[in-house]
Ligand binder design. Structure first.
Ligand code: ADP
Length: 367
C-alpha cells in the first residue's frame, strides 16, 4: 500500500483544508493510506504524533473551513540539512515516500530541495545506523508534488493559486463598505491590501470596485511628476461632484526608482495637497481568514485529486510536478521550473534590492 502524506506550509490560505481533504479522500479511494503532517515542515522534523494517519471521516467539514486545520508554521530547522535529515528519518519510519506540499514558493523550494537531497540523506541515516540499508533501498525515491496555496496569486506557471479568489472577494466586500462611508462623508480612503511582491489582489480589487488609483509593484507610476498628475485628476473628479476617492496600495508597491509607495505617503499627499478628509485602512489579516469561496474549494479539491494521480504516475527521474490551473484546466507543470520562473519575474520588477513598504513598517506584521 502506498502511503501518501500532505502538509500545509508557509502563509495560510483559504482552501488549504479542501486540498487536504481532496488528497486524503483521493488517496483512500485509490487504495492508498493517507497521512497529514501537522504544523508544516516542523511536523516532519518533530515526527511522532505530528504525522497522523487520516481516515475518510477525519476531513469531514474541511471544505468550508478557513485557514488550515492541520496547522502551518515557518520552520527554521527545515532550512538546514540536519533538520531535513530528521524529516527524512521520520518519513521513512512511517513508511511514507510521497509528500504533497501545499504552500507558497518558499515551501515548494524547500520541498524540491528535500527531494534532491533525499538519496544522500538516506545514505547518511544508514551510516549512523538510524536506518537499515533495506529500508533505505525500499524508500529510495521520494515523490514530491506541489500545490500552490497562496492568497497573493504570486506563482508562475499557474493562472491562479489556492486562496487568491477568496481573498479578493474579502477585499472587495471591505472596499464596498468603505465606499459607502466615504461617499457619505465625502472622504478619500487609501486602502492597503496584501501582496508583498505581487499586485494581483490590488489590481483585481481595483477593477472590481472601480477604484480611482491602484499602486502595484509590477507597474510603478510613470514620469517624475505622477503625484501632480494624480492630484490633478482627483481634483477634476471632485470638481465634477464626485464624493469619494478610493486609492488602493499593494503592500509591495514601488515607484520607478524602486522606492516604496506607502499608504501613509498617499494619505499625506491627498490631505496636504488636496485638503481632502483622508483616512487610511490597512485591511491586514481579515483578507486571509474566513471561509473559502466556492471557486477555491473546487480548485483545491480538483488539485488534491490530481496530486494523488501524479504521485501514482511518478517514476524516478521525472521532475517533481506542481499542480496548477491554466486556461481553466488542472495542469501538471515542472515544480522547479515554476519556482525559478517566479524568481525571475520577481527580479524583473526590482525585488532583489527592494525593501518593501511592509518590511519598513514591521518585518513580523505579515508573517
Ligand atoms: P511560503 O511557502 O508561503 O512562500 P516561506 O517562504 O516562509 O512561505 O516558507 C515556508 C517554509 O518553507 C519555511 O519556514 C521553511 O521551513 C521552508 N523553506 C522555505 N524556503 C526554503 C529553502 N530554500 N530551503 C528549505 N526550506 C525552505
Amino acid at each position: 500500500r502506498r502511503k501518501i502524506a500532505i502538509l500545509t506550509s508557509g502563509g495560510d490560505a483559504p482552501g488549504m483544508n479542501a486540498a487536504v481533504r481532496g488528497v486524503v479522500r483521493a488517496a483512500i479511494t485509490r487504495g492508498c493510506d493517507a497521512y497529514a503532517v501537522h504544523e508544516g515542515y516542523q511536523g516532519l522534523v518533530d515526527g511522532g504524533d505530528m504525522i497522523k494517519k487520516m481516515g475518510w471521516d477525519d476531513v469531514q467539514g474541511y471544505l468550508s473551513t478557513g485557514g488550515t486545520v492541520i496547522g502551518t508554521a515557518r520552520c527554521k530547522a527545515f532550512r538546514e540539512r540536519p533538520g531535513r535529515l530528521l524529516a527524512a528519518r521520520n518519513l521513512v519510519r512511517e513508511g511514507i515516500d510521497a509528500l504533497v506540499v501545499c504552500g507558497g514558493d518558499g515551501s515548494l523550494t524547500g520541498a524540491d530541495l528535500f527531494r534532491s537531497e533525499w538519496p544522500s540523506l538516506l545514505e547518511e541515516l544508514v551510516k549512523t545506523n538510524e536506518l537499515t540499508s533495506e529500508e533505505a533501498e525500499k524508500y529510495a525515491h521520494l515523490n514530491i508534488v506541489g500545490l500552490v496555496g497562496s492568497i497573493d496569486n504570486d506563482m508562475s506557471s499557474t493562472d491562479i493559486t489556492i486562496g487568491a479568489v477568496t481573498c479578493l472577494h474579502r477585499i472587495c466586500e471591505s472596499i464596498d463598505s468603505i465606499s459607502s462611508t466615504a461617499s457619505s462623508h465625502s472622504r478619500a480612503f487609501v486602502v492597503e491590501v496584501m501582496g508583498r511582491h505581487c499586485g494581483w489582489l490590488a489590481l483585481m480589487a481595483g477593477i472590481a470596485t472601480g477604484a480611482d488609483f491602484i499602486f502595484i509593484p509590477e507597474r510603478p507610476p510613470s514620469g517624475e511628476n505622477w503625484r501632480d498628475n494624480m492630484c490633478a485628476e482627483i481634483k477634476a473628479h471632485r470638481d465634477l461632484g464626485k464624493r469619494k476617492t478610493i486609492v488602493i496600495v499593494c503592500e509591495g508597491a514601488i515607484d520607478s526608482n524602486l522606492n516604496p509607495i506607502t499608504s501613509k505617503d498617499m494619505m499625506d499627499l491627498l490631505t496636504d495637497r488636496l485638503h481632502l478628509d483622508t483616512r487610511m485602512t490597512i485591511l491586514g489579516h481579515v483578507q486571509r481568514g474566513g471561509k473559502p469561496c466556492a471557486f477555491d474549494r473546487n480548485l483545491a479539491t480538483m488539485q488534491g485529486v490530481e496530486a494523488v494521480e501524479a504521485v501514482l504516475a511518478s517514476k524516478p527521474g521525472i521532475p517533481s510536478p506542481m499542480i496548477g490551473m491554466n486556461e481553466n484546466k488542472i495542469t501538471r507543470t515542472d515544480l522547479m521550473k515554476a519556482v525559478a520562473l517566479t524568481g525571475e519575474v520577481a527580479k524583473a520588477i526590482g525585488r532583489k534590492d527592494f525593501i518593501g513598504a511592509m518590511e519598513l513598517r514591521d518585518p513580523a506584521f505579515n508573517q
